[in-house]
Write a protein that binds this ligand. Structure first.
Ligand code: FAD
Length: 482
């Protein structure tokens, strides 16, 4: 009997065995499978996200080893490396889950054309989102521009398809000599290290498919029932913390959706909170819809009137913001949490982004780049959409004149200062009332608790009232608005 030709399963940002449509289809072909990953210099990101994706890939490789297989890692650009692999293995078909970012889309189009010219079939499947961007449209066939309308349309649609289980036993294709040589080369590539100072990330983010499901279960059991009330409270820290796992595809959005829906079926009283949570997952899809239709989401204002914004881009202020040394405790707590752990609570992300763009009049793209380098969940769609949302430059964005007051936000969402005390320890002995405004503390009290403003903790780097007035005036004077 003739040995069947192998098929290739190409992993990228979908480092899981369960609910992985491309892997499932490769397995269902009944042919031996080559599990492959390309170290592609055109799509690799530096920073914490590079480290995190590397961890996720290693976890997948370990799981495959337990099943008697090996993840074949090769170096090269995807459009060159994948057709080369197909030749080496004489593969019949290549399977992958779809990408939606401009580089990924362009690469996949090119790779598919080359493979098909070689006589190799390509199957690209939907594995990343709840719904493909082009399947949620207005009555006139246009993409939605407003989230609430998009979300209403999603809720009127059938739920995302049911999840598929991990293949029970994968049949791995034997490797020819040339494949071993490529794999050996890939093993000599330098490791992705965490950026300087992100020492807490390793212990904060256990990395495997099983860890992702443990996080989800813990969230469902303990926190989903109070999500609406507590999701804005960084001091409580009760959101799911699933973003890095979704980013690396250690868990799928569909798995999260159905697990939460199943919990609602069993415990009806959590329904309202559960739907608020699912709507956040909806924002993730909505971000991908924006990126799909606006490939320059991370680099161009979606509202062109902002092209004339006279950003001040003062390097000293940007540096103080990056280092968590602005003199505004909530901003500094958030920026230090980001620096040390690779993650920041959503409410605080909004506050620091508003502060950078409006009070410091710094171009949102500088914040986007900094976040992309420091976040373990750095995502091309979610990061870009949210920065444009906070800066008011995006579609369905928070308007420019909505300027968060970092003190008011701090008093409201971290009332006892517990979050600030964790990340800004030099303020921890201040009473609750003063922790949001250390500059108001009596000098005698400061001496007593060892707080030396201007030395151990900075004075505020801008005056909130003045900075706000300047930000509003700049917007009012934009030529396109005249
Ligand atoms: P939960 O509250 O438990 O929400 C569940 C999931 O819903 C999240 O894991 C995430 O996938 C999705 N989600 C939640 N809020 C949003 C949102 N506002 N937009 C899109 N999806 C959302 N999220 C990223 O995953 N990667 C990023 O690079 C990123 N950059 C951001 C930059 C800024 C300036 C802001 C304001 C927000 C950004 N977010 C980003 C969105 C949000 O802050 C994080 O998804 C959230 O804090 C992750 O924590 P969680 O998993 O506990 O969220």
């Amino acid at each position: 009997m003739l040995t069947p030709r192998p098929v290739i399963m190409l992993f990228r940002d979908d480092f899981r065995l369960a609910d992985n449509p491309a892997l499932n289809a490769a397995h269902a072909s009944g042919q031996p499978v080559v599990c492959a990953f390309v170290h592609d210099p055109d799509t690799q990101r530096p920073g914490a996200i590079g480290w995190w994706l590397n961890q996720a890939r290693s976890a997948l490789a370990a799981t495959l080893r337990e099943q008697g297989g090996t993840l074949l890692e090769v170096e090269g650009t995807t459009p060159e490396a994948v057709p080369q692999l197909a030749k080496i293995f004489n593969a019949e078909t290549v399977f992958w889950n779809r990408r939606y970012d401009p580089t990924g889309k362009a690469q996949d189009t090119q790779t598919k054309a080359t493979l098909e010219a070689q006589g190799v079939c390509v199957h690209s499947l939907p594995g990343r989102l709840l719904h493909e961007p082009w399947t949620v449209q207005t009555g006139s066939g246009q993409p939605y521009k407003v989230f609430t309308a998009w979300w209403r349309a999603v809720r009127d649609m059938p739920p995302p398809g049911r999840c598929v289980s991990a293949p029970r036993t994968l049949t791995f294709a034997p490797w020819p000599k040339a494949a071993h040589a490529l794999a050996e080369h890939a093993h000599t590539l330098p490791p992705h290290t965490l950026p300087e100072g992100a020492n807490a990330a390793e212990q904060d983010w256990p990395c495997s498919e099983a860890d992702a499901h443990d996080m989800l279960q813990e969230f469902i059991e303990n926190n989903v029932a109070r999500y609406s009330q507590e999701r804005d409270r960084p001091d409580k820290d009760t959101t799911s913390r699933l973003s890095p796992y979704l980013r690396a595809g250690l868990i799928s959005a569909r798995q999260v959706w159905h697990a939460v829906e199943d919990a609602v079926q069993k415990h009806g009283h959590i329904a309202e909170n559960a739907w608020t949570f699912l709507s956040e997952l909806g924002w993730r899809d909505f971000a991908y819809t924006q990126l799909f239709y606006h490939p320059t989401l991370a680099t161009e204002n979606l509202r062109p009137e902002f092209n004339d914004m006279p950003w001040q881009n003062t390097q000293k202020l940007l540096h103080a913001w990056q280092q968590g040394q602005t003199g505004y405790p909530l901003v500094d707590a958030g920026m230090r949490q980001l620096y040390q752990t690779g993650w920041m609570h959503n409410r605080v992300r909004m506050v620091v982004a508003s502060f950078l763009t409006k009070h410091l009049l710094t171009d949102w793209r500088k914040g986007e780049v900094w976040f992309h380098n420091r976040l373990v969940d750095a995502d091309p769609a979610q990061n870009a959409m949210n920065w444009q949302w906070c800066a008011g430059t995006g579609i369905d964005a928070s308007p420019w004149f909505r300027i968060f007051n970092p003190v008011g936000q701090s008093e409201k969402f971290d009332p006892t200062g517990a979050y600030i005390r964790t990340w800004v320890p030099e303020l921890r002995h201040l009473p609750d009332k003063l922790i949001h405004t250390p500059w108001k503390a009596d000098p005698a009290l400061c001496r007593q608790i060892g707080l030396h403003l201007g030395k151990t903790y900075p004075h505020p780097i801008v005056d909130l009232k003045e900075a706000r007035a300047v930000a509003l005036a700049h917007y009012k004077n934009l030529p396109a608005r005249q």
